[in-house]
Design a protein around this ligand. Structure first.
Ligand SMILES: Cc1cc2nc3c(=O)[nH]c(=O)nc-3n(C[C@H](O)[C@H](O)[C@H](O)COP(=O)(O)O)c2cc1C
Length: 212
């Protein structure tokens, strides 16, 4: 085994290591609107579920090197409006997702830039991506600055799913959704092999002890 001192490694090397081992990561394709009403769209793979109840999502937004800017448009919009929509990335959308990751000026409508259609949401102002099979309307819960990045916690209030994605028992059909994951570097995965779970052991607690 080889070990790496992540605190003394160059930041770009520890970034390569950590994003190479924490994978595959789901991708939040985040739509927001600016205070002046410009629609913005960008993908974030530092993304997961922060809590199941209340349903809360987590994403992490890094710094931007864009001239004249300290924060990415997504973060500026979330801080200004408190609202965002997390669209889920399916295989056919990958090309548009990558287009929407371009660092463009804040006055550019990124739905138009990426050639995507917008659909109004029900509870929040940002639109969802028409081409996405799933979209989750969210309201900002809290942000926390951690070093160069900003951790965003967002309360999920409504989920839209295209026909065939969710069944009557609320089970999601992965073969229909075909979610894309980010792997090491600029690579992606989809349609992963599905492995059945090995048996989960049951600890023989006495009857009167209820597990925490
Ligand atoms: C698949 C993918 C995942 C990304 N994940 C992140 C991420 O987790 N955090 C981040 O700050 N940037 C991430 N980026 C880069 C942003 O999408 C990019 O900086 C974008 O221009 C930000 O747009 P905005 O200024 O409109 O918010 C990712 C890019 C791609 C293509």
């Amino acid at each position: 085994m080889r070990s790496y001192d992540l605190e003394s490694l160059a930041a770009n090397d520890s970034y390569k290591l950590i994003t190479g081992v924490v994978q595959p990561r789901p991708i939040a394709w985040v739509s927001t609107v600016s205070a002046s009403g410009v629609r913005n769209l960008a993908p974030f793979s530092f993304f997961t579920i922060a809590s199941r109840d209340p349903v809360t999502l987590f994403l992490s937004i890094g710094a931007t090197g864009r001239p004249g800017h300290t924060v990415k448009d997504t973060l500026a919009n979330v801080l200004a409006t408190g609202e965002l929509v997390v669209n889920i990335v399916s295989v056919p959308s990958l090309g548009s997702v990558v287009v929407s990751s371009a660092e463009v000026p804040e006055h550019v409508d990124e739905f138009e830039y990426a050639g995507l259609d917008a659909v109004s949401c029900q509870d929040v102002a940002p639109p969802r991506v028409a081409q996405a099979l799933v979209a989750i309307e969210c309201r900002l819960d809290q942000v926390r600055r951690i070093g160069t990045d900003t951790a965003v916690f967002a309360r999920a209030v409504r989920l839209h799913a295209a026909d065939g994605v969710v069944d009557a028992a609320h089970h999601v059909d992965s073969a229909v959704l075909r979610p894309v994951g980010r792997t090491a570097g600029a690579t992606y995965c989809a349609d992963a092999a599905v492995l059945p779970s090995p048996p989960v052991p049951r600890w023989p607690y006495p009857q009167e002890v209820s597990p925490a």
